[in-house]
Design a protein around this ligand. Structure first.
Ligand SMILES: Cc1ncc(COP(=O)(O)O)c(C=O)c1O
Length: 400
């Protein structure tokens, strides 16, 4: 009998560099080894109590579908969140609720590109952009950014070199996962100017908006949306902001009517995002500023502990991350994927090890990032210190 074959395009969807070593971590844990997870940005901070209380007091039965655009009360809460950030022009009809920021990425790529068209992104970039590009038949054209410059943008000339007849958009992540870079006002203005002059969409993934350190000023795409309503697209998510990763809620915000109308039609095709999730998340207007203040303080301290600890390891190179809760770190190894796997399969210190993500999967160009890893600082300070110590000892042993 003939083998029934899956599609060629399915084979183009890459494995997530963040999750692909998970089976080795599972095996290690089965053997009773403690694994410190620095590989994935799943925050350990508690979800706000006002949201959890909705679940505790839940009585609605049955749990029905919601509306395709999003639940009206949730949409109102989101609009008031943006208004509080002083973007009072954002109204509920500019917002499409998505099932996680992940769906927002996928819908945005589908919306701006025909099959085979191109989006420029700055590598290293969020690895799942590759997955969603593959799923939607979009080609990501990478522009290199470098550790030595804190992964800030190259010159306008370097960026414009990559624009072709097929380019439809520039996709940025600000603050950046995986680099922790926060783009300056000048950088944002340059990107806006490139997008306007070349008639491109500028898509900004701002799921880490609140995570900007050292009092650095942050420039959202929302600053430019009113002036260029057809071109600016914001991708957003509640996952990190309110420690709601499992609630699966994100959004697309745009003043481009063709875009929001089309996205709504796609959203109708998948019926609705989670009804319970939205009921919980609509309480975001009741989350006190002190919640963010303490979360922010905690992450900035973690960033400092991680930076200081890693800097003190021989052969390790990194610049101080400015935002989000990730950093790309150069290690004294030739093949970081081999090292990351070895950490899980062979190395133990006091019966513990760490899991980090090999960085190659965050690059669009083959061969890049082979001596780098991405580290997520989502552990409490005590565990983070232990994980750094394990990494220090592991590098000594790995390099013989
Ligand atoms: C840059 C970036 N965008 C989008 C997402 C998707 O988040 P979610 O689907 O949980 O909203 C993530 C998750 O880690 C991310 O890091």
């Amino acid at each position: 009998m003939k083998n029934t074959k899956v599609s060629d395009r399915l084979l183009t969807v890459p494995a997530s560099p963040i999750r692909k070593l998970v089976p080795f971590a599972v095996e290690a844990k089965k053997k009773g080894i403690k694994v410190y997870h620095l590989n994935i940005g799943d925050p350990d901070i508690k979800t706000p109590e006002v949201m959890i209380n909705v679940l505790k007091k839940w009585t609605t039965n049955p749990i029905a579908y919601g509306q395709s655009q999003g639940q009206p009360k949730f949409l109102e809460s989101l609009a008031s969140y943006y208004n509080k950030l002083r973007y009072s022009f954002v109204k509920t009809n500019h917002i499409q609720v998505t099932t996680g920021g992940s769906e927002a990425i996928s819908m945005a790529l589908f919306s701006v590109c025909a099959k085979g068209e191109e989006v420029i992104a700055f590598e290293p970039y969020y690895a799942n952009y590759n997955s969603y590009a593959a799923i939607n038949g979009v080609k990501i054209v990478p522009v290199l950014t470098k550790g030595e410059t804190g992964f800030h943008l190259p010159s306008r000339v370097e960026i414009e070199k990559k624009i072709s007849k097929k380019t439809k958009a520039i996709l940025i992540c600000n603050p950046s996962n995986p680099t922790g870079t926060v783009y300056t006002k000048d950088e944002m203005e340059m990107l806006v100017s490139i997008s306007v002059e070349n008639n491109l969409f500028l898509i900004s993934d701002e799921v880490y908006r609140e995570f900007v350190y050292d009092g650095k000023k942050y420039f959202s795409i929302l600053e430019f949306m009113k002036k260029y309503p057809d071109k600016m697209i914001l991708l957003d998510s509640l996952s990190k902001r309110y420690s709601l990763c499992g609630a699966r809620l994100g959004m697309i915000v745009s003043l481009n009517r063709d875009l929001t109308d089309g996205v709504l039609r796609m959203a109708q095709g998948r019926l609705s995002s989670g009804f319970v999730d939205q009921a919980m998340a609509e309480k975001l207007t009741e989350v006190k500023d002190s919640y963010f203040a303490s979360v922010h303080k905690e992450y900035q301290t973690r960033r400092d502990v991680l930076y200081k600890g890693l800097k003190s390891i021989k052969g390790v190179y990194l610049e101080k991350p400015e935002g989000a809760f990730y950093t790309i770190v150069k290690l004294p190894v030739k093949d970081s994927e081999d090292f990351c796997q070895w950490l899980l399969t062979d190395f133990r210190y006091k019966n513990e090890t760490v899991m980090v993500a090999p960085a190659a999967g965050f690059y669009g160009t083959k061969g890049r990032g082979k001596d780098e890893v991405r580290i997520a600082y989502v552990l409490n300070i005590n565990d983070l210190k232990k994980a750094i110590e394990i990494l220090r000892r592991a590098l000594v042993e790995y390099n013989g």
